[in-house]
Write a protein that binds this ligand. Structure first.
Ligand code: ADP
Ligand code: MG
Length: 623
């Protein structure tokens, strides 16, 4: 099942998977035949006209451009199956998807142990879901509409260094990494910045909480949030990423893959239809006299277009221009052994092809060696080339700072005139401790209007500090008493909670018995490095996941991420604040953590469902 192909190395192409090759061949043949295969099997109206060909004449089929109004009347399969076609059909679509992944860069570096002699040059497909995950359209809309508000909130939090310092005080004493970031931030603040511009690429992550899926025993003791009066699922924020939010490029590829598969396969469209049809249009199931209107689906509504890659490239390019230096380049700060390299490379390509912006990639250690600051403005020069924007895809974990060299590099960049994405204060504003502090009553109102605060609070899960006393005296403030009650509840029923340290990148959170053990054994100051969070229990749905070339099926839960960009120019003007795209990660039930790079989840895309977000009852999630 290993599915690698190497750009260089002893085996120039080790893609030996026969089914994949035959699909590639079929695709090539199809193109050569002028698309007639496509039009006869896809049922897409735009392609119904077959060109009249003279003998030996070659006519390229027009690319299928308008799939907005897909006529699916011929496709709709009766019944309510939630799976895609027959087993044979699924295998075929899977092989086609793998070939598509290879041709379109839905790829990651192969793990070194699988790469043979190809080392860093062996690639494998990124793990992906074969079919999209349905989300109620209303909740997708809500997540998108909150993005500019989170942009505003993060900017205001990041520019209130006094508040950040106070909020992170206990955490910094318990956690050396937070302490060092905070200390560096204080130093740079004291010196005074030469660059006022701020560039942010944020990703706010959500899950749909369905209280019915929560294991028994009084979840109401927790935040009490998570469902509306009708018991419908509601969107809750998992976290807000302010540094190195990844997968924008690959998530666009997965969106494209799902659109392509929908265009090409009637069974795929039938699946989409069953999941997202409008309530009034179910007549399609029952009669041959079905009108086209009632059975057509706008594909761009069912599978919302994903502009994450283009939007992030646009933001970086705008910042590059706003910086203004001629002959400058953007610096990507990367990890030496990054597996998610294609996700970054696609952004580099987009910057170059779409905007003429050159990018150089360096690790923190290389930056310490090769970069210096010049002049009173502290311009950042990397071997003579001025750097306009520093875009971090590393530096978010203590593992990236094995020695002082890496910290020197961070300090050099932070003090420089280059625009940082993110600056240290933005990085700190994404701390989990900050997320928890913002959930305290009245905290949001310091930064945004009452109405905006109310909107944001709708998606906050229950969050509690762990730095308070176990048994606060009656005179203690409400917050400390609420936190003590939540700790008690977590000891009794750890399955309803998550304990999170100030770390990014997945794999650090404590769930279940581990959480109970940590609460029992840690001192008050040790546990200050963590926060406590209500566990979100999303609905589980059947999913088809593709990993290492193999198709797995099972009940799975999904997490939605929404990307947004923000740019304040050197002159202080807000030039950009917008939502630009999305990411869905899907993991099999029973997996606690959610990272794709960390190996827990696969990439997916959202299917905007018009069906009511009513809770389902048949599968218990989150155990
Ligand atoms: P990281 O910064 O490491 O990505 P997250 O807060 O995103 O940390 O947590 C990692 C994963 O753990 C998430 O992707 C999600 O799958 C799971 N998770 C985190 N918080 C919760 C929660 N409150 N309820 C359920 N699952 C959670
Ligand atoms: Mg996360």
């Amino acid at each position: 099942s290993n599915y690698h192909f190497a750009a260089r190395g002893p085996k120039p192409c080790s893609m030996t998977n026969a089914p994949i090759q035959s699909v590639l061949l079929a695709l090539a043949l199809q193109n050569a035949r002028g698309g007639s295969v496509v039009s006869s099997s896809s049922g897409i109206r735009a392609e119904a006209r077959e060109p009249e060909l003279g003998e030996g004449e070659y006519v390229r089929a027009p690319p299928p451009s308008d799939f907005c109004a897909l006529d699916i009347s011929a496709d709709v399969v009766h019944g309510e199956e939630t799976v895609l076609g027959s087993k044979a059909e699924r295998d075929l679509i899977c092989a086609e998807a793998l070939a598509w992944a290879a041709c379109n860069g839905l790829l990651m570096r192969a793990p070194l142990e699988d790469a043979g002699g190809a080392g860093n040059h062996a690639f494998t497909h990124a793990p992906f879901a074969l079919t999209p995950a349905d989300f109620p359209e209303s909740e997708l809309w809500r997540a998108n509409s909150l993005a500019p508000l989170f942009n505003k909130l993060v900017e205001r939090v990041a520019s209130d260094f006094g508040w950040l310092q106070l909020t992170l005080r206990d955490t910094a004493s318990a956690d050396p990494f937070t302490r060092r970031l905070l200390r560096l931030c204080a130093k740079v603040e004291a010196e005074g910045a030469t660059q006022r511009a701020q560039l942010a690429v944020l990703r706010s992550d959500y899950m749909l909480h369905e209280p019915l899926h929560e294991p028994q025993s009084g979840h109401a003791d927790a935040a009490g949030s998570g469902s509306d009066a009708l018991g419908r699922a509601l969107l809750l924020q998992v976290e807000l990423n302010t540094i190195a939010a990844s997968f924008a490029s690959l998530s666009c590829k997965v969106s494209e893959l799902h659109r392509t598969l929908a265009q090409r396969h009637p069974s795929f469209r039938a699946l989409l239809w069953r999941h997202c049809r409008q309530p009034g249009s179910s007549a399609v199931k029952s009669s041959a006299a079905t009108s086209v209107e009632s059975s057509s689906m706008r594909l761009d509504e069912a599978l919302p277009p994903n502009g994450a890659l283009a939007g992030i490239a646009e933001a970086i390019a705008q910042a590059h221009r706003a910086h203004g230096a001629t002959g400058a380049a953007v610096l990507f700060v990367v990890q030496a052994s990054e597996r998610n390299a294609v996700d970054q490379q696609l952004l580099i390509e987009e910057l170059w092809r779409g905007h003429g912006v050159p990018v150089v990639c360096r690790t923190l250690a290389q930056i310490d060696d090769q970069a210096r600051l010049e002049g009173p403005k502290r311009r950042l020069l990397l071997r003579g080339t001025q750097i306009s924007v520093v875009y971090y895809r590393a530096g978010y974990t203590p593992d990236d700072y094995p020695t002082n060299q890496q910290w020197n590099a961070r300090e050099k960049m932070e003090r420089s005139y280059a625009i940082k994405c993110p600056s240290l204060s933005y990085h700190l504003a994404g701390a989990k401790k900050v997320q928890q502090a913002l959930a305290l009553p009245g905290a949001l109102e310091r930064f945004v209007s009452d109405a905006e605060a109310a909107q944001l609070r709708q998606v906050f899960a229950g969050l509690w500090s762990l730095s308070g006393r176990d048994e606060p005296p009656p005179a203690a403030d409400d917050e400390e008493r609420a936190a003590a009650a939540a700790m008690d509840a977590a000891r009794l029923r750890p399955a309803g909670f998550v304990m999170k340290p100030q770390r990014e990148g997945g794999g650090h959170n404590l769930f279940g018995e581990e959480l109970r053990g940590a609460l029992a054994s840690m001192s008050r100051s040790q546990r200050s490095a963590f926060i406590l969070m209500q566990r979100i229990f999303p609905r589980a749905s059947p999913a088809l996941l593709v990993r290492d070339g193999e198709l797995l099926s099972g009940a799975a839960v999904s997490e939605l991420g929404v990307y947004s960009t923000f740019l304040r120019t050197p002159s202080g003007r807000v030039a950009l604040s917008k939502v630009c795209g999305h990411l869905v990660r899907t993991k099999l039930l029973g997996v606690d953590e959610g990272g794709v790079a960390a190996g827990f989840a696969v990439l997916n895309s959202p299917l905007a469902s018009k069906l009511d977000a009513k809770p389902s009852t048949h599968v218990e999630a989150g155990r």
